[in-house]
Design a protein around this ligand. Structure first.
Ligand code: PLP
Length: 394
C-alpha cells in the first residue's frame, strides 16, 4: 500500500518533463542536430564568470565551513548580503530576518502554500497561464488550487474573473511575472489594480488574502522593460525567488522566501514558512552555493543569447501567421495553435521533430509554449519547420 496522492503525482509526471525525455530519446536515435527541442526551461547560457569564481574561492577556504550545515533559515553571509542588496535595489528596508533561504523556488512556494493552509477548505488562486506545479505545491498540505482563466487579449489579468473567484476561503493568490509560459510581464497598472482588489476582498473576508509572488525570472526582461517590484503594490506579499534562471544555477538549488515586515502577521508567517519547510524535510540549503552566491548577489544575467533568440522568433513567427503573446521577459514564447488545439498542433510539430509544449496543463489548451533558452542555431533551424507546419492546414 502506498499514499495514493503521492503515487498519482509520482506516476503521472509533467507534460514538460515527458516531452523533454522524449527529446532525449529521439536525439539519441536521430542525432540532436536533427531536432528542435524547445521543451524545457533549462538556461542555455553558463553561469556568469563572477559566479564561477565565487564558487572557486569558497572551495579554497575552510572546508568545515563550506561543507557543514548552515542554520535552517540560511547562512548569515547570504541573508545579510541579500537584505542589503534588496534594500538598495528596491528602496524598501529589509533585514536578514525577513529572508528564509530555500533549495530553489519550488520549495519556497510549497512552504508558502503550506504556511497558509488552514485545512481542506483552504483555497489558493492561480491565474492562467500558470506554472502547472502550483497545483501539486498547493495540494501538498491539503489546500485546493482554483484557476482563473487567462485574459487571452494580452495575458495580463482578467479582473472580473478573478473577482468572481476570490471568496472568504481564499488564503492567497499566486502570480508569476515575468510569466512562464507566456513571457508576459505584469504592468504597474495591472499590479495597482490587483493590490486594490485584494485589499477590498481582504476587508470583506475579514482576514488578509496574501499575494505569493513567484519571481524566478525577475531579472530576465528585454527591450528596456523592468519587472515592477510587487511589494510596492501590495503589503501582504510573500516573494519567492530563485537563482535557477537568473544565474543559470538550476541544478545547484538555491532560492528564498522574503516575508516583508509590513506583511500582515509577518513574524508568524515567517515562522510558519520555516515550519512548513521543516515538514517537507528541509534541513538547510547547500552551504557551498549559499556562500558562493553571498559573494555575487548583485550579479545580473547575460541575456544576449536569449534576446537574440526572442527577436528572431518574434520577427519571423507573426509574419508566418502565428499569434504570439508579447514576450517581454523570461525565455518563453507562447503562441496560439494556428489550427486545431495545442495538443494536436503539438503532435504535428513533434512528427517534424519540433518539440513545443501544448499548454493544456498551463490552463490554455489552445496555446503552446516554446522555451527559447537554446542555441541560436536551433531557433534558425526551427523557422522553416514552423513555416511548413502553418502551411500544412491552410
Ligand atoms: N516557478 C516557475 C514559474 C518556474 O518556471 C520554475 C521552474 O521552471 C519554478 C517556479 C521552480 O524553480 P526552481 O528551479 O528554482 O525550483
Amino acid at each position: 500500500m502506498v499514499y495514493e496522492q503521492a503515487y498519482a503525482y509520482g506516476s503521472q509526471g509533467s507534460a514538460i518533463r515527458a516531452l523533454f525525455e522524449y527529446g532525449r530519446q529521439r536525439a539519441a536515435l536521430v542525432g540532436r542536430e536533427k531536432i528542435c527541442d524547445f521543451s524545457l526551461g533549462n538556461p542555455s547560457t553558463p553561469p556568469p564568470q563572477a559566479v564561477l569564481e565565487a564558487f572557486r574561492s569558497v572551495l579554497e577556504e575552510d572546508p568545515m565551513a563550506t561543507h557543514g550545515y548552515t542554520s535552517a533559515v540560511g547562512c548569515d553571509e547570504l541573508r545579510s548580503a541579500l537584505a542589503e542588496s534588496l534594500t538598495r535595489r528596491f528602496g524598501m528596508a529589509f533585514a536578514p530576518g525577513d529572508l528564509f533561504i530555500t533549495c530553489g523556488a519550488a520549495p519556497a512556494l510549497t512552504a508558502c502554500f503550506g504556511a497558509l493552509t488552514l485545512g481542506h477548505e483552504t483555497e489558493f488562486i492561480a491565474l492562467a497561464p500558470f506554472f502547472p506545479e502550483y497545483k501539486v505545491f498547493a495540494e501538498t498540505f491539503g489546500g485546493k488550487l482554483r484557476v482563473v482563466p487567462a485574459d487571452e487579449k494580452d495575458f495580463q489579468i482578467d479582473f472580473a474573473a478573478l473577482e468572481g473567484t476570490l471568496n472568504p476561503r481564499t488564503q492567497a493568490v499566486v502570480i508569476n511575472s515575468p510569466n512562464n509560459p507566456s513571457g508576459v510581464v505584469y504592468t504597474e497598472e495591472t499590479l495597482r489594480k490587483l493590490g486594490e482588489l485584494l485589499r477590498q476582498k481582504s476587508r470583506e473576508a475579514g482576514h488578509p488574502i496574501y499575494l505569493i509572488s513567484d519571481e524566478p525570472y525577475r531579472e530576465l526582461t528585454y527591450g528596456g522593460v523592468k519587472t515592477p517590484f510587487v511589494p510596492d503594490y501590495y503589503d501582504d506579499t510573500l516573494v519567492c525567488y530563485s537563482w535557477s534562471k537568473c544565474l543559470s544555477l538550476p541544478g545547484d538549488r538555491l532560492g528564498y522566501v522574503l516575508v516583508p515586515e509590513k506583511a500582515a502577521d509577518a513574524k508568524k508567517v515567517f515562522a510558519a514558512v520555516a515550519g512548513a519547510s521543516r515538514m517537507l524535510g528541509h534541513v538547510c540549503a547547500p552551504s557551498l552555493i549559499q556562500k558562493a552566491v553571498a559573494r555575487c548577489v548583485d550579479v545580473m544575467p547575460d541575456l544576449r543569447v536569449y534576446e537574440k533568440n526572442r527577436n528572431l522568433l518574434l520577427e519571423a513567427l507573426p509574419k508566418m501567421g502565428y499569434e504570439c503573446a508579447k514576450p517581454d521577459g523570461a525565455f518563453y514564447l507562447f503562441f496560439r495553435a494556428p489550427w486545431g488545439d495545442g495538443a494536436s498542433f503539438g503532435a504535428a510539430a513533434k512528427e517534424k521533430d519540433l518539440l513545443a509544449v501544448p499548454a493544456g496543463s498551463f490552463g490554455c489548451p489552445n496555446h503552446l509554449r516554446i522555451a527559447y533558452c537554446v542555441d541560436t542555431e536551433v531557433v534558425e533551424r526551427s523557422l522553416p519547420v514552423f513555416e511548413a507546419l502553418i502551411k500544412e492546414k491552410r
